[in-house]
Write a protein that binds this ligand. Structure first.
Ligand code: PLP
Length: 417
């Protein structure tokens, strides 16, 4: 039997344990592998669809499977009420990538019927963000990040807006790893430069800002959340667009249904971004248990913060960041040891990732299609970043074990160099 790839973050622990044994048993003392639970980078906590048979039967008998049906309505309303305290408007989308594409296309369409233009966005983000810009017929203009928050550097943003102003059609900041970015800064940029702001909040469902309010709540910008299997709010393939601007959300809703307005006649650019009723039910079920899960992730992150003596951590903003994984920077000078550290961790059953390395400008498909300012901080952070395991199933002891391992490994490397 082929050993499954250990870095697949969706594998069950038993599968990973057997894979580890197959790979590592010949070279490691058996006890090292067998006694410790494998710690994958992330592990989806599936919504318990099987425990809601009545709701599934109701979908089957309703004859409504999609097209913003009754369960989808319930999901959007529940998110609005429970997460955003009833202010604004929610729209389900089939994933955040499509959600970002829709919002970008709408921004470009409203601004000018001519194609093209730049979107100001950080390079330290996931490939999906740059793909969305390109699918919308636009070009990424990459801005450097701040060395503490790892989100777009506000001084650099202004410099590029002043330099390339006429060509820029939208600003797309990323709320890095779910940490709350300062949305009032984007209110000012939107007004001063007369530009739409689309926030990539893919990792932010469950994030609470400094006032303890859900990130994005009350904002007139378009905030796009992911509910992908690997995010904290794991549904599978799903996403949510939020804005206090109801008319903007309703435009996106029509665009997400082929650009139809009333009759089956397209009055704007469109595609299909709808979710099926069963997905909406999954998402509703997820919402039921999510509050506890989000706090659990925050607690694991705090264990990491207290125990990771030798790494630099994100200056995380807000009262709660329900981390998808724990990001940390290896000390300066240790970047060249990252691969060896990841391999040593794998031998202990600990999966370490490197989000986002390579960053956008370093990826061969994007490099020739992007414009960029200076990216020195992005280069530095990407070279040293590691992503450490977090999941709903991990215990405080598990997080402590990973932190102790990493600190020990760094100490050993420091002694040798
Ligand atoms: C996960 C992620 C996305 C894409 O979300 P999907 O729902 O999987 O399409 C976009 N941007 C960032 C920063 C992400 O982490």
């Amino acid at each position: 039997m082929d050993a499954p790839i250990i870095s697949d973050i969706n594998l069950a622990p038993e599968t990973i344990a057997s894979a580890l044994n197959a790979v590592a048993a010949p070279v490691l003392a058996a006890s090292t592998v067998l006694d410790l639970q494998p710690l994958p980078l992330a592990r989806s906590n599936a919504p318990k669809l099987s425990a809601s048979l009545d709701d599934l039967v109701a979908i089957e008998t309703s004859g409504r499977l999609s097209n913003y049906g009754p369960v989808n309505d319930r999901f959007e309303q529940a998110m609005l009420k429970q997460v955003f305290k009833g202010r604004g408007c929610c729209l389900s989308v089939c994933n955040a990538t499509i959600g970002l594409m829709l919002a970008l296309k709408e921004a470009a369409h409203r601004r000018s019927h001519r194609a093209g233009g730049y979107v100001l966005m950080p390079s330290f983000t996931f490939a999906a963000a740059a793909h969305a810009v390109l699918w919308a017929g636009l070009e990424p203009l990459l801005v450097d990040i701040d060395e503490t928050t790892w989100a777009a550097d506000p001084v650099e943003e202004r410099r590029l807006l002043d330099r390339d102003g006429e060509r820029i059609v939208a600003i797309m900041p990323y709320a890095t790893f779910g940490s709350a970015i300062d949305l009032t800064h984007y209110d000012r940029l939107a007004d001063e430069y007369d530009l739409p702001v689309i926030v990539d909040a893919a990792a932010s469902m469950g994030s609470l800002d400094e006032q303890g309010v859900a990130f994005g709540s009350g904002s007139r910008h378009t905030i796009v959340f992911s509910m992908h299997a690997t995010k904290a709010f794991a549904v599978g393939e799903c996403g949510l667009i939020y804005s206090a601007d109801q008319a903007a959300v309703e435009r996106l809703r029509r665009m997400g249904n082929f650009g139809f307005e009333g009759a089956r006649s397209a009055s704007m650019p469109g595609l299909n971004s709808k979710i099926s009723e069963v997905v909406a039910l999954s998402a509703l079920i997820k919402l039921r248990d999510f509050e506890t899960q989000a706090w659990h992730r925050m607690h694991l992150a705090e264990v990491y913060r207290n125990a990771l003596g030798s790494c630099q951590l994100q200056d995380a903003r807000g009262q709660r960041v329900p981390y998808q994984f724990m990001p940390a920077l290896l000390p300066k000078g240790m970047a060249s040891h990252r691969e060896a550290i990841i391999a040593a961790a794998a031998a202990q059953g600990i999966t370490i990732g490197t989000y986002f390395s390579p960053h956008i400008q370093q990826q061969p498909f994007f490099a020739p299609l992007c414009h960029a300012g200076r990216l020195s901080c992005t280069d530095d952070v990407a070279s040293r970043i590691v992503s450490l395991p977090i999941s709903d199933f991990m215990t405080v002891d598990d997080a402590f074990r990973v932190a102790t391992f990493l600190d020990g490994e760094l100490g050993r490397l420091r002694c040798r160099t």
